[in-house]
Design a protein around this ligand. Structure first.
Ligand SMILES: Nc1ncnc2c1ncn2[C@@H]1O[C@H](COP(=O)(O)OP(=O)(O)OP(=O)(O)O)[C@@H](O)[C@H]1O
Length: 248
């Protein structure tokens, strides 16, 4: 789809895991302020696609640029990239022995070089935004999964990222906690955050996405507005996928 103000551009991206051609000639542009939901069958390369954008995975060929800059290979540039590209994983990846506040402040101090007071102030603002202001002094194990995931979101946001990547952020949560995380994500989308979201939550895709990218076998097969994609999928792969998941 034509994008007005490109922030992230993937051009002819290919990646292999050994013999497996996991990303095949990916061309994808994400505009500033867009919410792109990536869906597709298990093993189609959705997570890998996400992980290439913050350089958790390298690519064999092609280019990825953010704000016109190629991704850095290593060193300081990589830490700065991971701050600019916030990532939220299925598992929350919090430090178990640090408080919620310290979890959100730590990278701000180390990577953004903020003073502790300033970092803590920003952390408290973000914890308020995700509805956890009263939990700042708790430890991760004292929180529910949904709360831990909201801490992880606050931690990424505290770095003032250019884009937020979500890799199945609700897949490890008990059903009753999924909505509290999706609501925080919906609010972020309304606030204009650029977001790439790998998810099986089709309700979120329908209501929050500007575009749905459908992947199968390492390729982006469809890239369309949600209402077009869900009402009129074009490819047999997408029709088959939707008929299976919408039965549930
Ligand atoms: N580190 C790795 N080494 C080797 N193969 C891998 C690695 N990570 C993923 N794969 C394989 O690459 C393919 C794509 O994996 P990926 O996790 O990107 O898919 P996905 O679409 O996100 O799947 P799911 O919906 O199940 O999470 C799969 O076949 C997977 O087994």
């Amino acid at each position: 789809m034509a994008v007005v103000d490109p922030l992230i551009e993937l051009r002819d991206v290919n990646k292999f895991y050994g013999q497996l051609h996991v990303l095949q000639d990916i061309n994808l542009t994400i505009g500033r302020g867009e919410v792109v939901v990536v869906i597709g069958p298990s093993g189609s390369g959705k997570s890998t696609l996400c992980r290439t954008v913050n350089r958790l995975e390298s690519i064999e060929s092609g280019t990825i640029t953010i704000d016109g800059q190629p991704l850095p290979e290593e060193g300081k540039g990589l830490a700065a990239l991971r701050a600019d590209v916030g990532m939220v994983f299925q598992s929350f990846n919090l430090f178990a022995h640090k408080t919620v506040l310290a979890n959100v402040s730590l990278a701000q101090i180390k990577v953004r070089r903020r003073k502790k007071d300033e970092a803590d102030r920003r952390s408290r603002e973000l914890l308020e935004r995700v509805g956890l202001a009263s939990q700042a002094d708790k430890y991760p194990a004292q929180l529910s999964g949904g709360q831990q995931q909201r801490v992880a979101i606050a931690r990424a946001l505290a770095m003032d990222p250019k884009v937020m990547l979500f890799d199945e952020p609700t897949s490890a949560l008990d059903p009753e906690m999924i909505n509290e995380v999706l609501e925080v994500m919906q609010q972020l989308a309304r606030d204009g955050m650029t977001m790439v979201v790998v998810t099986h939550e089709m309700g979120f895709a329908r209501s929050a996405a500007n575009r749905v990218v459908f992947m199968a076998d390492g390729r982006c097969i469809e890239d369309r507005a949600p209402e077009d994609f869900f009402n009129h999928p074009e490819s047999d792969r997408a029709k088959d996928f939707l008929s299976k998941i919408l039965k549930h």
